[in-house]
Ligand binder design. Structure first.
Ligand code: SAM
Length: 278
């Protein structure tokens, strides 16, 4: 059974000649029952405004609206998609606003009323950049309550990775410091049109009221980025550019200077960032 009275997505794509463009990361979801399921995993939408990046022909947009989102603000770079999105806006009067533009440049906040959630099947080439921006505002808590984001599976694994694993690094630390990330769905390449080369996964991140451990955000980011830039090196050499007495500061944070970044947990990285404040 269809989730709404609009035409099936294949017909929409055909009618508006939306052949997928690789340069825009266009791998469309065509199964509306699947997009409605992804929308349900985003949490209770009824009293929320939802930001969607890259609505494309509108599969997830329709899922979000059918699942009761109060208002969806969709930012799409490809002008070819706008007529299809206008048809959805007409079917859901007053509940969908579409902005044509680059999600890296548009500030969506002026159009939104809290509480706000983010839900997106992200273009692969800007997904990580957007996630890092959502996780590193100057003040916390952020404007969003949750992020429900489709990534390539390998990126999803990096977000939820634990110390000692190959996937552990900057993304895991930034995500787990201020949010609770969970992989909530796996999707095979065949769920998309055209199918990408790799599997995908939806990660749901709930913003914590405050970071798990105190630390100054910019210092923590810088420390972690440096530590994992040379992840095979001992921390005393990987971090020597941070402070002349880095060995003492590592010891004061409970870290052995000969340890490598991939074995160090979030609590210790935050302790190290605090010792670097002075
Ligand atoms: N949401 C649709 C779906 O699930 O079928 C499309 C997802 S597709 C993976 C990514 C979408 O992001 C495309 O529609 C593409 O045009 C759009 N896009 C790519 N780069 C963008 C950018 N910088 N800002 C906004 N949208 C972008």
């Amino acid at each position: 059974m269809s989730i709404d009275a609009l035409p099936p997505l294949r017909a929409v794509i055909e009618a508006h000649e939306l052949s997928a463009r690789k340069s825009l990361g266009q791998n469309f979801l065509l199964d509306l029952n699947l997009t409605a399921k992804i929308a349900r995993l985003a949490g209770d939408l009824e009293n929320c405004d939802v930001i969607e990046i890259g609505p494309g022909p509108g599969g997830l947009t329709r899922g979000l609206l059918a699942e009761g989102a109060r208002h969806v603000l969709a930012i799409e770079k490809d002008p070819r998609c706008l007529p299809a999105l206008a048809e959805i806006a007409e079917a859901y009067p007053g509940r969908l606003t579409v902005i044509e533009g680059d999600a890296l440049k548009v500030d969506p906040l002026q159009h939104l009323t809290p509480p706000i959630r983010v839900a997106a099947n992200l273009p692969y080439n800007i997904g990580t950049e957007l996630l890092v921006r959502w996780l590193t505002p100057d003040t916390w808590p952020p404007y969003w309550q949750s992020l429900s984001l489709m990534f390539q599976r390998e990126v999803a694994e990096r977000i939820v990775a634990v110390p000692g694993s190959k996937a552990y690094g900057r993304l895991a630390l930034l995500a787990q410091w201020r949010a609770e990330p969970r992989v909530v769905m796996h999707l095979p390449p065949g769920a998309f049109s055209p199918p990408p080369k790799v599997s995908s996964a939806v990660v749901h991140l709930t913003a914590l009221a405050q970071p798990r451990y105190p630390a100054e955000a910019k210092l923590l980011e810088r420390t972690v980025a440096m530590a994992f830039n040379q992840r095979r090196k001992m921390l005393r050499s990987a971090l020597k550019g941070l402070a002349p007495d880095i060995e003492d500061r590592l010891v004061a944070s409970g870290i052995k200077p000969t340890d490598r970044a991939e074995t160090i947990g979030l609590e210790q990285f935050c302790a190290l960032a605090r010792t670097l404040e002075s």
